[in-house]
Structure formats: structure tokens, C-alpha cells
Design a protein around this ligand. Structure first.
Ligand SMILES: [Zn+2]
Length: 270
């Protein structure tokens, strides 16, 4: 696939989840998620030569304001159509990182809406198409984003319909990808940092060589959130922080077998 965005396989020795998620088409409202805001998902599509990530439309129906997260080439027209049907104005457009399946639709949405373009501070140049060699461009970018309004970094806060949206930076899959946390609604949009049962791929151009630092950041910054936080990833199904804390093979504490067999304790019992 073009963007190598899928998660890492489970670490050695861990069980892999059986069965892949079939590509999902169309737009659906995620029921009972994020109230009083509404979250609509434009499911990731797949094709022979490219794919789109999950694209989300988060809206405040009362105020008529909305945020789009990770617009791809195919999802952008679908999300615009849904926003028009709902009668909401897209005021913020966020890309969690520079990869083309998360940014390919930015130009269209910026053209058709008054949205401010929010990108990770550490990837602003890459999203604009600067500094990538032709091979990287072909593999990773699709289309450069024509305008950037906000460069978002760790600890920054955005606002949607008066609700705070915290920026959490998780580098590794890309230089400084961002997650968006809606504390009031217990929502966490993770881009490609954290998936159900997996984490982002590394070892691709502009990514870390190993997942170690990314795992540390996910543990300290994402697992710090409550178990009932709903995780909405860039690929694959929705999950929760609690489910990933309990079952994601990359986020499990080190095995305790070594401690149990530690010479001191064994010696005491003898
Ligand atoms: Zn990616």
C-alpha cells in the first residue's frame, strides 16, 4: 500500500488479533460517542494505488460548528457532503500527521469551507511539500497542503464550539504527529499513533527506526487518560484506553516471570 500507515504487527511472543478489518465505505454517525457533540466517521477506503485513513467530522449541531480530522482524497468530498446535510460549518481542519492518506483532501476542504488548517508544528514544512525528496513525496504525500494557519504542538489547546481540545504529540511514525483529546467528551483521536491492538508503523522514511520512544510516549501521554476514553484511530475500529491498556500487546507491562524466578526469593524458600 502506498502510505505504509498500518500498525505494527504484535511484538514477538504476543498473540496477534485474528482477522483483518474489512475496508469500510460511506459515512456513519458513531452512536453514543462524544455527546453532546456528534462524531461522524468517513470510513477508510482502500484502492489499488492509494488509500484514505479514517476521516472524522466532529460537530456541534446546536452552534452549527464542526471540525474535520484527517481528510483524504476520497473522504474529503464525502465529509463535505455530510457537513452540508447537517448544516454545520467546518471551522477547523486538522491533519494528525503529514502522510497523504491523512492530508490528500485538505486542499478541497480549504477551498470549500472557512476552516482554519491545523497541522503538527514539527511537520508543517513536510505537509506543505517542502523538504521531501521526490521518492518520499511519491510514497508519502499525494498532494501538498496549500495553506497552514495553526502549528499545533504538545500542550496546545484548540477550541471547538467552546469545548477545549488538547493537543498531544506522539512522534515515531512521523516526526511529530498529534493526537486530539476532548476531555469534556472523553474522546481521543489518535491518528496513526495508537490503533486497536496495535501501534503505528516505524522504519519508514521520516519515521523512527524503532518503536521504543513512541511506546514510551503512548504510555506516558495516552495511557494517562481514563479507561473510559474512547479512542478513534486513523485506521481500523474504535476502541478505548481501558481496552488498549488491558490488551494491546505493545503496551503490556514487562513479564513478571523473571521476578518470580529471582534468585533471592527462590533462595529464601529453600
Ligand atoms: Zn501514517
Amino acid at each position: 500500500m502506498a502510505f505504509a500507515s498500518r500498525g505494527l504487527p504484535a511484538p514477538a511472543g504476543a498473540e496477534r488479533e485474528a482477522g483483518g478489518e474489512a475496508p469500510r465505505q460511506g459515512v456513519k454517525l458513531l452512536e453514543n460517542v462524544g455527546s453532546p457533540l456528534q462524531v461522524h466517521l468517513v470510513g477508510e477506503s482502500s484502492g489499488a494505488d492509494f488509500s484514505d485513513a479514517n476521516c472524522y467530522l466532529v460537530c456541534d449541531r446546536t452552534g452549527g460548528e464542526a471540525m474535520v480530522i484527517d481528510a483524504g482524497t476520497r473522504s474529503a468530498p464525502l465529509v463535505l457532503k455530510r457537513a452540508a446535510e447537517l448544516g454545520v460549518r467546518v471551522t477547523l481542519l486538522v491533519s494528525t500527521h503529514f502522510h497523504g492518506d491523512h492530508t490528500g483532501g485538505n486542499a478541497l476542504i480549504l477551498e470549500k469551507t472557512p476552516a482554519k488548517m491545523v497541522v503538527p508544528a514539527k511537520e508543517a514544512a513536510l505537509i506543505a511539500g517542502d523538504g521531501l525528496n521526490p521518492g518520499e513525496k511519491k510514497q508519502l504525500l499525494t498532494f501538498p497542503t496549500p495553506r497552514i494557519d495553526v502549528k499545533a504542538a504538545q500542550g496546545d489547546e484548540l477550541k471547538l464550539a467552546g469545548q477545549p481540545v488538547k493537543v498531544i504529540e506522539i512522534g515515531g511514525h512521523s516526526p511529530g504527529g498529534i493526537c486530539l483529546h476532548f476531555p469534556g467528551q472523553k474522546l481521543l483521536f489518535t491518528g496513526d499513533a495508537l490503533f486497536k491492538g496495535s501501534i503505528a508503523r516505524v522504519g519508514i522514511p521520516r519515521a523512527a527506526k524503532t518503536p521504543d520512544a513512541m511506546v514510551t510516549a503512548i504510555r506516558s501521554r495516552l495511557l494517562a487518560l481514563g479507561d473510559d476514553t474512547v479512542v478513534l484511530p486513523g485506521h481500523g475500529p474504535t476502541t478505548t484506553i481501558g481496552a488498549e491498556r488491558a490488551g494491546n500487546p505493545w503496551l503490556q507491562p514487562p513479564a513478571k516471570t523473571q521476578k518470580a524466578k529471582s534468585p533471592g526469593k527462590t533462595a529464601e524458600k529453600k
